[in-house]
Design a protein around this ligand. Structure first.
Ligand code: BES
Ligand code: ZN
Length: 640
């Protein structure tokens, strides 16, 4: 397969290349060997990072909200451990590469030979195109002048009529492999670099980055400077521009949001500083300086994204009562698991997400209580058990071969929840104290490194398995890592509170109890979620109407409860719920909700027709990722 692809690729390249020749020739000729490219050691990147590594970036960009472009240049500083390796291959996708130059010994810019290769194949188009640059001897600085596309997959540009402030907004989402749609770089989590950036935006908006240097106030020139002194992988590069205000929470924490949201956000996240302190007590120093949150418009396709120093969050977690703060604990926890010690490729994603879900629950335990954490764990366990049978065999294990696949598909519940239950299981075998000691050592040992599962496995063997003789075996660990399904020795979490909900639900459904006798007054959000997810659909519409009359679920201000209610409404074709759903789909572009809702709608004839019509209206407000997932769910073609 690889050979065939490189042959196809080779055939499409020019034989005689000089700088800036990019037009496809009428007759494809075989390229010179130095321009032939295949995927690198990471199956989702063209970068040959075993031969040459980017160590520092200097970005200089102008953001144009009207043309929806970032344009300018990036200067890449390289490590060339093998001077005989004479080229640099960068990842790009939909970038307009205008010029490539290198910095000579006198600091002068010199032209070089470069070539933008074609995409590998139609189904690998998401990987973009390799930019091959021939490196003269002794050269270690390369400058690329470029412009991003208005349709860059990793950026969403919103008009004033799509934001609460009425001002335009732009934000990036680089994970897993979309940084290449706004910066040409080695787009693999295996490579880490420091960076500096200068960004010019409209004078009346603020520019922020996942970096040091975020302003507390707008500056009058519209020019902002940032730096990232700790080495980070490309998927953590982040930028946003909007009508932002800042509210301080603690000495090293705060929140950015559009003016309409800022007060509610600051109130909802008032425990942020405390959460950082808890994280430090658990797993060691917070090594990134500040930790701020950026509240994005509701079209943000995720719940949260752990951009270093400035995590991005959806406004849909602002429930008014702190009930969805687990997401903040999660993104903060990534400051250790993920951002400090990073998965070397998406195959090892569980190292980021599984550790983070475990760590998140440890923070939640201190902010709330062990009972709350037991409920969260049980909800995750049930969700995972429900999803496992629906997955292909190769997807039911922690370490998954993703070569040839879109890494977007890596983010299923297995690396998150099975990863977390793996750590819970280790805790059950050796005790919490010893596990914490091990984890602190692990974060120290691999700080600012990107590692694969096998590096972790070796470390675990030496520092935990061998020092706790008989407590757990490498064979058991390997079953977690490489065998499909949950090991039979996994420890299922129990929650008394949720068991009581089960009992009540059963009595109500068995006709032994009336709806208004359910003791819901002291139910937390988690109990509601468990109650709703345990109801087998489709429920009769009269039952939904009665529940609505009793509990006003169609008007729920908690997005997780509302989501489950809307799923029941689809199943039952419950009109008030469907009406609410229409408004929800137009307002919220969070993929975790939109994708399954469109999927559920697509299962019936009425639902599919209705959903396609709603989708067409919602589409302009959706992020490219949300569009892609919704179109796949509905089985319709993209319109651009
Ligand atoms: N790193 C992810 C966000 C992400 C997911 C990026 C998929 C790219 C692809 C983030 O840390 C995350 O997991 N967010 C979750 C919330 C979390 C509490 C499970 C989300 O967005 O729902
Ligand atoms: Zn995460």
């Amino acid at each position: 397969m690889k050979n065939l692809l490189s042959a196809l690729f080779a055939a499409a390249l020019l034989s005689n290349l000089t700088a800036c020749q990019q037009e496809t020739p009428p007759v494809p000729l075989t390229p010179k060997p130095e321009f032939r490219v295949d995927l690198g050691p990471d199956p989702h990147s063209y970068a040959e990072y075993d031969q040459v590594q980017v160590r520092h970036l200097t970005l200089d960009l102008d953001a144009d909200m009207a043309t929806r472009t970032l344009s300018g240049h990036v200067l890449l500083e390289l490590d060339r451990p093998d001077p005989a390796h004479k080229r640099l291959v960068l990842d790009t996708r939909d970038l307009d590469i205008q010029d490539v130059t290198v910095v000579g010994p006198e600091g002068e810019y010199r032209p070089v030979s470069w070539r933008l290769g074609p995409v590998l194949s139609e189904d690998q188009a998401h990987l973009g195109q390799p930019l091959v640059i021939i490196l003269p001897q002794g050269i270690s600085q390369v400058r690329v002048d470029y412009q991003s596309s208005p349709d860059a997959f990793g950026l969403q540009w919103l008009d004033g009529n799509q934001t609460s402030s009425g001002q335009p907004f732009m934000f990036s989402q680089s994970q897993p492999h979309y940084a290449r749609t706004w910066v040409p770089l080695q787009d693999t989590p295996a490579v880490r670099y420091t960076f500096d950036a200068t960004v010019r935006g409209p004078r009346d908006l603020m520019v922020v980055m996942g970096a040091d240097g975020n302003p507390f106030e707008r500056n009058t020139k519209g020019e902002y400077r940032f730096s990232m002194p700790q080495p980070v992988p490309s998927y953590l590069m982040a930028i946003a521009i909007g009508d932002l205000e800042f509210a301080e929470i603690g000495p090293r924490s705060g929140v950015y949001a559009e003016p309409d949201w800022i007060e509610r956000a600051a109130a909802e996240f008032h425990q942020l500083e405390e959460m950082i302190d808890i994280g430090e007590q658990l797993y060691g120093e917070y090594r990134w300086g500040r930790y701020d949150l950026l509240v994005l418009p509701p079209s943000f396709p995720f719940g949260g994204m752990e951009n270093p120093r400035l995590s991005y969050v959806t406004p849909t977690i602002i429930a008014g009562d702190g009930s969805l703060l687990a997401l903040v604990a999660h993104e903060l926890a990534h400051s250790w698991s993920g951002n400090l010690v990073t998965n070397a490729s998406w195959r090892d994603l569980w190292l980021n997400e599984g550790f983070t879900v475990y760590f998140e629950s440890r923070i939640m335990e201190q902010i709330y209580s062990p009972e709350v954490v037991a409920m969260l764990a049980r909800l995750d366990w049930d969700g995972l058990q429900a999803s496992l049978p629906e997955l292909e065999a190769g997807d039911r294990q922690l370490v998954r071969d993703l070569s040839g696949k879109d890494p977007e598909g890596a983010f299923i519940s297995v690396p998150y929840d099975m990863g977390r239950f793996f750590l819970d299981w280790i805790e059950s075998r050796i005790g919490r104290e010893d596990l914490d000691v091990f984890l602190r050592q692990y974060f120290d040992e691999f700080a600012f490194e990107s590692i694969d599962t096998e590096t972790f496995r070796d470390y675990l063997d030496t520092h935990l398995i061998q020092t706790h003789s008989g407590a757990l075996t490498l064979a058991e660990v390997d079953q977690w890592l490489y065998e499909p399904g949950m090991p039979e020795f996994a420890v299922a979490p129990e929650s008394d509170a949720l068991a009581r909900v089960d009992a009540q639900r059963a009595r109500w459904q068995g006709g032994e109890m009336a709806l208004n006798d359910l003791s819901t007054d002291d139910w937390s959000v988690y109990e509601w979620l468990h109650f709703l997810s345990g109801l087998e659909g489709p429920l009769p519409t009269e039952v939904l109407a009665a529940m609505d009359a009793e509990f006003a679920l169609t008007d729920s201000t908690n997005v997780e409860i509302l989501y489950l209610w809307l799923q029941h409404s689809i199943d039952a074709e419950y009109a008030p719920g469907i009406e609410r759903l229409e408004q929800f789909l137009i307002e919220v572009g969070r993929n975790k909700f939109t994708r399954p809702l469109y999927t559920a709608l697509a299962a019936s004839d009425w639902g599919r027709d209705w959903a396609i019509e709603v989708y067409q209206r919602a589409r302009p407000g959706y992020h490219p990722l949300t569009r892609q997932a919704a179109e796949r769910a509905l089985g319709i073609d993209s319109e651009g």
